[in-house]
Design a binder for this molecule. Structure first.
Ligand code: COA
Length: 310
């Protein structure tokens, strides 16, 4: 039996920041943002709702969805670049809040590819029968590190969390293949100084090439082809990058996840947030072959091919 996802949950802050709100704060326009990125609005967490609060909320839902007790979780992995503080880790804070008394806990730093890195790491512990359940959370409060004076980046990002419980699933289902990769030479294109700094052009070129390549690679590793894909969940960074991956797989529009217009780029949270919506709204059904693919600062990338269902 393979490792797969047996429970999911997400948390989005209530407050919406629309493109029209941004027009009032900086030299930008709704038209530019929508055309260049596909984003219409994003969620911004209040001061009192920190990263760990969003992580806790999403994790509680995922655990309830999985129908397990927190004490059964063997490991907690939190993918984030915006923790409440450098340490203790978000995973340790979550361990306490959840009462997951038997869990080992650590954070994963792989920027927007963090959820992919977390799921692949967790899978190893399940496959080797070390742990029965692993909780993986992708969470960001990017509004904390956004430079609100920089229109090149301020319009792109949002806050939120998505969580998944990993465990063994029925024969034929679960994670079939994965690819993780990194290229530190591109670290200079996307990093945090005090604020988030980005060379959009360079990141765009890298993302378009890498997302498509990783999607094809995970299919090959699973012995599958583009024709086998039922649904694609690309990291929600820019609709034009997402469209390039969709076209590489020759999929119709309705077979690609799209939440970017509502939430912007929520970094490590974007793939699990999208996954929850696609499952809840019936776009992903049991036994569907789904491909998830992400990229981010580092530079990092990761992809997973999985057959959905417990
Ligand atoms: N509003 C209005 N105009 C803006 C703007 C904004 N928010 N941001 C930039 N511009 C302007 C620039 O100043 C420039 O004007 P100029 O031609 O007069 O100099 C013009 O728009 C083009 O800017 P440029 O940065 O070259 O555009 P681009 O085609 O690279 O698109 C991004 C910018 C950010 C949309 C694009 O580079 C991108 O999405 N990159 C990837 C980012 C990403 O995915 N990051 C997260 C990784 S996890």
């Amino acid at each position: 039996m393979n490792a797969g996802i047996i429970g999911i949950g997400r948390c989005l802050p209530d407050d919406k920041l629309t493109n029209f709100d941004l027009e009032k704060r900086m030299d930008t326009s709704d038209e530019w943002i929508r055309t260049m990125t596909g984003i219409q609005e994003r969620r911004i967490a209040k001061d009192e709702q920190d990263t760990s609060d969003m992580a806790f909320n999403a994790a509680q839902k995922a655990i309830e969805d999985a129908g397990i007790d927190p004490s059964e979780i063997g490991m907690i992995l939190v993918a984030t670049v915006t923790p409440d503080q450098p340490f203790p880790s978000m995973a340790c804070m979550l361990q306490e809040k959840l009462g997951a008394r038997n869990a080992a806990s650590m954070d994963v730093s792989a920027a927007c590819a963090g959820f992919m890195y977390g799921v692949v790491t967790g899978k190893q512990f399940i496959d080797s029968d070390v742990y029965k359940y692993v909780l993986v959370v992708g969470v960001e409060k990017l509004s904390k590190i956004t430079n609100w004076e920089d229109r090149n980046t301020a319009v792109l990002f949002g806050d939120g969390a998505g969580a998944a419980v990993l465990g063994k699933v029925s024969e034929g289902r679960g994670i079939l293949s994965f690819e993780l990769g990194s290229d530190g030479s591109g670290g200079k294109h996307l990093y945090q100084d005090e604020h988030l700094v980005m060379n959009g052009r360079e990141v765009f070129k890298f993302a378009v090439r890498q997302m498509g390549e990783t999607a094809i690679n995970v299919l090959e590793k699973a012995g599958l082809t583009k024709e086998d894909v039922d649904f694609l969940i690309p990291h929600q960074a820019n609709i034009r990058i997402m469209e390039a991956s969709r076209m590489r797989l020759e999929l119709p529009v309705e077979k690609m996840s799209k939440t970017i217009h509502k939430y912007g780029n929520t970094s490590a949270a974007s793939i699990p947030i999208s996954l929850v919506e696609d499952v809840e709204e019936g776009r992903i059904k049991d036994d569907d072959l789904i491909v998830m693919v992400g990229f981010g600062g580092g530079l990092t990338w990761g992809g997973i091919a999985m057959r959905w269902g417990k």
